[in-house]
Ligand binder design. Sequence first.
Ligand code: NAD
Length: 522
Amino acid sequence: RPAAAALESTATSYPTTHDKIVDVKDTPWFIDNKFVTSSTTQYIDLHDPATNNLVTRVPQNTDEELKAAVASAQKAFESWRNTSVLHRQAIMFKFVGLIRENWDRLAASITLEQGKTFADAKGDVLRGLQVAEAACAAPELLKGEVLEVAKDMETRSYREPLGVVAAICPFNFPAMIPLWCIPIATVTGNTLILKPSERDPGAAMILAELVQKAGFPEGVVNIVHGAHRTVNFILDEPAIKAISFVGGNKAGEYIFARGSANGKRVQANLGAKNHAAVLPDCNKNQFLNAVVGAAFGAAGQRCMALSTLVMVGETKNWLPELAERAKALNVNGGFEEGADLGPVISPQSKERIESLIASAEQEGATILLDGRGYKPAKYPNGNWIAPTIISNVTPSMKCYREEIFGPVLVCLNVETLDEAIELINSNEYGNGVAIFTRSGPTAETFRRRIEAGQVGINVPIPVPLPMFSFTGNKKSIAGGGASTFYGKPGVNFYTQLKTVTAHWAAQDAIGQKADVAMPTHS
Ligand code: NAD
């Protein structure tokens, strides 16, 4: 293999078909605004989920390379932190424009590596782009406060960058999650080391190219690759001051504990089991479309997928219509015209999802719609599961207790709104929840009493836009939800608050005796 070499760019032009790639290239890493071939001997093969053809090999960066990334980010921090916020804002505006220009290319890389449909992948990019757009308000977001706290005395507050920070990303939103981190971390004056998911780093590599083109100085954003080994390096590297993690509970709880024990700030968004409560007074047609879209879109591989339906009273009779609409969805390669959902990420994931469906069957639930065994004619080798609906589920069943993260909707029956709220609040996750009703008082009761952190009222995926923050709750966020992504809390996460209290008394107003009591300024 060629020795480590700097490349001009990723030079990866993403195909817009699932055809076999003849000239498979290894994914480079990104340091000092250059794409570099890793000198590693360890690679992770990345396959197109629709075909299982090899797309690229992702390097496990060597320890020397990881250390070099940190050194580069440390060096860059010294000057980057001293640039004016207007300068950083100007670069961010440029970055935003470039993301828009490369929108289709980013989306194509996502469809190829992650499997979601091209239209859905465009949404993945857009939700990240919106965070970058919001980050352009940095001069406003970074403003401190000032108060004349006593005569001749004022206290001012500043938000200062932390230094080198790191992001560890999941596979399911290859553009959006890196874009939850890159804009806010950098516009606030930090330098960032980002580790995309080893399963689909392509979109992050295109973003690196846009970072370079937007005029970020060398080392402000470096991208490293790998799995656990890279994560452990990030956790133990003293120069890294903060970690942003998005992913599952197993990795996230470990990362939160070890990162925090090492004295770092850690924000960690974790897994979910999102419920929808449906009331008989809702708009039935709207509900059916909303739940089918939110349960099966992206093949159920969204942390805000509506994977659990709580049917109140007679709404259980709507199941056949729900199954009919789910069955009508077109499961196909993400580049195919009219595809509604693509494959799941890997053969292992397909197997895990199918075994959860089988466990439901064994535990006495009803497989109302069975998506196992489905294969689109053109792509027989992909990781396919068509929409699956499991009814007569009870809370003790494995398919209810575990996050399925596939195109599977589990359905439970209750008789009253109170029972629905009790059931949902008994679940240990608390990412998102939705209620379908036309009654204001019902929605208000639900809103007040429900514990999940993101509530949709007739809205199936209530992910807040970037002027708010992503506010999962309970087991869906580490550290009790103290630190959330993007919005003002995102700015707070990436900055240290400093206060300055100054006394500017005239000379003749200062007496001769020292005051030894605790100053109260009152
Ligand atoms: P994952 O936890 O397997 O991987 C996430 C990252 O952690 C990857 O970069 C991976 O390399 C690393 N990692 C994985 N296992 C590790 C381990 N044992 N030790 C150290 N590092 C490890 O998650 P995923 O499968 O990529 O993503 C799906 C999960 O992410 C789902 O549970 C989903 O709910 C969750 N998610 C949550 C949100 C949210 O905002 N709450 C958003 C997107 C995804």
